[in-house]
Design a protein around this ligand. Structure first.
Ligand code: SAH
Length: 397
């Protein structure tokens, strides 16, 4: 058959264990007369059906599985079933009852490789990150509208560099209904946040930190808080709402700090309880150390520093240096919440980096909690790669 990909002998084990990705090195024969993103069947060397997948001929991840069921077509019914499962899961975890914005489809985490969908009130923001997902875009949008008929608009944020690996161009725009307004205000439990869906990072907001924001809020009462890499103020607002004495937000982008200011106002936090500093965190940490500044709670949530194996050494050194300086700025009994969203840095390595940082800073500390991405970014048991965010809540003793 023309749309069949045949694996090398002995390379079928991972698909039999329901891995979702097939790497180019496992392929004996590519499908014929197929186009980027076509649905293909993956066969073992001895001719057994293994999975149905989207084909990515330009990528190292050569195929991404849609289904392991040979009788399941990748049609609108398929997408409606997957979306309905995802809607149901958000009800089970409660996020869709307590928050008006959340991630509805987290790609592999919701068994829809390459597809992201975030809900912001009655708008959806979508991304199609693989050739297979791109190919099924219109069918997916139709299925999304069938499952969520009250959506007012669907906006595409495919201005992401990873699409190049899949041979796809960047693209943004309205796919359905109304364009979202300049700012959308949503509720996260008792907090309110304004987001810029068209220009913000990712699709506008870091939902993955929701549970960690709650935790920071819970421990913030009476504390002075340093919120490093604040973006639009998520952790800072949670801390202030939790009774922090004072919050200092630091980010290198004036535009995101402007939105952070708006978010503090939206949550009725008095202007004398917070301050924004536009600065490079690496430089500011050195300056604060020289000034002998001290804080009771520090959040350290940098952007992804390890994009690939070649960035490993440099990225780990940066994580360590920042944590080291943060430890020195902490008062006794002060709390550090530090994070890495680099998938390649696993939880054990991150704990080791954090220990090395405390050791070199000359402070002793203890891990109070291990942190991860919130439940609207589920980690499929058969796809542990989707556990990208890790963090530690550490106390200086
Ligand atoms: N903590 C945020 C998300 C952080 S995203 C939240 O929970 O919403 C990373 C942020 O770091 C971005 O806002 C980006 O502008 C900022 N940034 C990147 N490099 C920086 C640097 N060297 N110094 C200060 N900010 C930086």
């Amino acid at each position: 058959m023309k749309n069949e990909m045949i694996l090398k002998a002995g390379r079928d084990k991972s698909l039999r264990r329901h891995d979702l990705w097939v790497f180019s090195g496992a392929v004996a024969k590519e499908p014929e007369q197929c186009f980027n993103g076509d649905v293909i069947d993956i066969m073992s060397a001895d001719g057994q059906f293994l999975a149905r997948a989207g084909w990515s001929p330009t990528s190292q991840i050569r195929a991404r599985v849609w289904t392991f069921d040979r009788n399941e077509a990748v049609d609108s019914g398929f997408f409606r079933r997957r979306i309905a499962d995802a809607v149901n899961l958000r009800r089970v975890t409660g996020v869709s009852q307590t928050c008006t914005a959340y991630r509805l489809i987290a790609a592999e985490g919701d068994d829809l490789s390459g597809i992201i969908t975030d809900i912001y009130n009655d708008y959806a923001v979508v991304q199609f990150l693989s050739a297979g997902a791109e190919r099924r875009r219109d069918m997916f949008i139709e299925a999304l509208l069938a499952e969520l008929p009250d959506l007012r608009g669907i906006y595409e944020r495919d201005d992401v560099a990873v699409r190049a690996k899949e041979g796809l161009e960047e693209r943004t725009g309205v796919l359905y209904g109304d364009a979202p307004p300049e700012l959308v205000e949503f509720h996260e439990r008792e907090l309110v946040f304004a987001v810029d869906l068209k220009n913000g990072h990712k699709t506008g907001f870091y939902f993955d930190q929701r549970e960690n924001r709650r935790l920071v809020g819970q421990y913030a009462a009476g504390r002075s808080v340093l919120n490093l890499f604040s973006y639009t103020g998520g952790f800072g607002v949670a801390a202030a709402a939790g009774g922090a004495a004072f919050v200092e937000n630091v980010d290198s982008s004036a535009a995101v700090l402007e939105l952070a200011a708006k978010n503090f106002a939206l949550n009725n936090i008095a202007g004398n309880r917070w301050h924004n500093t536009e600065a490079n965190v690496f430089e500011l940490l050195r300056k604060l150390e020289k000034e002998n500044a001290k804080f009771d709670l520090i959040v350290l949530d940098p952007p992804k520093l390890v994009e690939s194996q070649s960035h490993m050494m440099k990225g780990c050194r940066a994580y360590k240096e920042m944590a080291l300086r943060a430890f020195r700025l902490l008062n006794k009994n002060g709390l550090l919440f530090n994070f890495s969203c680099s998938g390649l840095v696993d939880a054990e390595l991150f704990a080791k980096i954090t220990f090395d940082a405390s050791h070199d800073a000359g402070v002793s500390g203890a891990i109070l909690r291990r942190l991860a991405q919130d439940s609207d970014h589920p980690v499929r048991l058969n796809h542990p790669e989707s556990a990208y965010l890790k963090g530690l809540m550490t106390v200086r003793i």
